[in-house]
Ligand binder design. Sequence first.
Ligand SMILES: Cc1cc2nc3c(=O)[nH]c(=O)nc-3n(C[C@H](O)[C@H](O)[C@H](O)COP(=O)(O)O)c2cc1C
Length: 280
Amino acid sequence: MLLPDKVFYRSVPELLNAGLTRSGTPVYLQLMGNNPSVVADNAAKAVELGALGIDLNFGCPSPTVNGKGAGAILLNEPEKVHQIVMAARQTVPSKTPFMAKVRLGYDNTDNIIEIAQGIEAAGADMITVHARTSADKYKAPARWEWLAKIRESINIPVIANGDITNIESFQQCQAISSCDHYMIGRASVRHPFLARQIQQSIQNKSIQPINWHEHQQLLLQFALLMKESKNDIGSASRVKKWLKILSKGSKATQQDADNLFEQIKPMKTLDQISQILTAA
Ligand SMILES: Cc1cc2nc3c(=O)[nH]c(=O)nc-3n(C[C@H](O)[C@H](O)[C@H](O)COP(=O)(O)O)c2cc1C
């Protein structure tokens, strides 16, 4: 079944902006499914609608998704993963970057090398590996040693993912995996300047300390962008939610974040919150 256009635009509004975020970052569109021809048709449609790259998700641990035979449960079936990637690669133009994201397995690591080799053989340009099994969920420590084993078994680049939360964990992951690319998940929400700090550490520059004022500016930007969107119901609580997460990101900004949270907690509208953030 082909998804209607509106589903693509709702999930990836950047399609209406030549596939780019407002700041110009290319957005790759991720698909998930267990039927090779359905995934392939939707991948082709995503490219037609302007997606700059396609990613296939074989890492989702959601019981609902897995119950439908999609996501991480497919890691029990390396041949099926290979077929899905191959079918989709064939419909996506070769110049369009095409990748897959996996975990180490569903509840064991037995298949992961075969899966990675199958994804490469099917023509993917890159593979992202979240270094946990689905059974590990999000809590068990990421097993970065597997990233090195996978990297050595294939020739396409491996993007390392899992538990990169600060410069030290990035350096450890790099030392263990020797990957060329890294993906930060949850920590990028808690600690929005982590990627900048890591980049500065790679370039041997002095690391810019975490700065509450910058966080506040980001929150204001977030509030203003949501105000602009057509549907801003629930937006005020989303700003509060992000502020709560930010307060857990760094000891340096925790007190300021907590104080601001107490100030905006009773507010119901984005206008009220934006006023406080602007004045701060
Ligand atoms: C709330 C939530 C939603 C996620 N949604 C997706 C998703 O849609 N696609 C995907 O590939 N990974 C998704 N992930 C997984 C992350 O991309 C990442 O692989 C995982 O969090 C491990 O990296 P981290 O330890 O840096 O967070 C999600 C994770 C969380 C916590």
